[in-house]
Structures are given as C-alpha cells and as structure tokens.
Design a protein around this ligand. Structure first.
Ligand code: ZN
Length: 203
C-alpha cells in the first residue's frame, strides 16, 4: 500500500506557513513504513528538533482505479478516518529553501499514524465533516471538510491520473491551521465530530 498526502488544502493553513496557493493539488507520498502500529508511541527522531502535528481526514481506497472521473470518485472509498501527518518542519524548511523534495521531512518511520475508520454512510455529507486535534487536553487544530480547497472527489480523480490507486491505499487530505510542535510526554487525541478515533503518545 501507499500513502498519498495533499499539501496546502486549507487556505488558513497555507497562510500560517507563508506558502503560496497553487491551482493544482500539492501531492507527496509516504511509504508503508510511515504507518504507526496502533497504541505504539511516536518517537521523536534524532534528525529533527521541530516535529509538527498536522491532523487530517484520511480516505481509505476500496478498489483499484486509474483515470477515475470525478463523478465516480465516491465509489472508490467507503471509509473515512483521521490521521496525523507528522512533519519535521525544520528539515522541511531547509529542503524547501534549497528547492529539494520533501521526503526526508515527511516520509520517515511512524510519520503517518491513523485511527479507527468510519463508514462514510454515517455522515450526512462527506463535504461537511468536522474534526479536531487535542494536545494534552486542549484543542489545537479544528477543521471541516467544507473548508478544503480541493474536494475529496477531486483529489481522488486528480491523483489517479498519475498513480494507480489500489485497495488499502490511504489519502491524507490536508491539514487546517494550528499546526505546532510536539515534545516528549505530549498526548495527541484526534476526533471526527465528538468521537475520539486516535490517540498518540509522544516519546
Ligand atoms: Zn499534511
């Protein structure tokens, strides 16, 4: 399986990092080894002094697809969950300044924990899903899929022009504003609506 991530998909987050908005979705990949086994803590890697949390809605692909038309994109996923796109922001800032790819800052081991997935039928509309992240009991990020610049269906259609999607692939759909650093002993708890679906302890 592969993990496909969308960058700069919420306007307020684009602003907080002083990034430019671009017309096409910003795409990067994480390997299978970026998954974090459930209940395992996240260990801050030695190469970074600034690991940021980015809470994101995550789509689980349910069948193989290539050149998926936007109008059929909804048939390629049944489940939506929540995950954290851990980012070595210091490393990413350096790589961006040199015009280099982001993988070292984004794709490292354990950088893509995901929680329990929900069947999309529980939502009235996938375009109005609220989610948030608590750090040590305080809400630090809040978002709603209605604020996405590129919708879930658009993302699936766009990505499938480049990569064949396969059952089990995950798509991280971008983070809202409020990203920030984590330190040892922090507890991150991610929610869709009022339901807590993911807990990550930082070590
Ligand atoms: Zn992200």
């Amino acid at each position: 399986m592969k993990i496909i991530c969308i960058g700069r998909n919420y306007a307020a987050h684009v602003k907080e990092l002083n990034n430019e908005t671009v017309e096409e979705p910003v795409i990067f990949l994480k390997p299978e080894t970026a998954q974090l086994q459930s209940r395992m803590p996240f260990f801050i890697p030695d190469f970074s002094a600034q690991i940021h949390h980015e809470v994101e809605l995550v789509i689980k692909i349910n069948k193989t697809g290539k050149h998926i038309q936007k109008k059929f994109a909804h048939t390629y996923y049944d489940e939506i969950g929540i995950g954290i796109d851990f980012t070595a922001r210091d490393k990413q800032t350096y790589l961006k300044s040199k015009g280099l790819p982001w993988e070292l800052a984004k794709a490292f081991d354990g950088s893509a924990p995901t929680g329990k997935f929900l069947n999309k039928s529980v939502f009235e509309s996938v375009q109005h899903i609220s989610f948030h992240l608590d750090k040590n009991g305080h809400t630090v990020q809040q978002g709603n899929s209605s604020q996405m610049i590129h919708s879930i269906d658009k993302i699936i259609s766009f990505v499938s022009e480049y990569f064949t999607l396969k059952k089990g692939d995950l798509i991280f759909t971008g983070t809202p504003e409020g990203v920030g650093s984590v330190k040892p002993d922090d507890i991150l708890e991610a929610y869709i609506g009022n339901e807590k679906l993911l807990t990550v302890k930082i070590k």
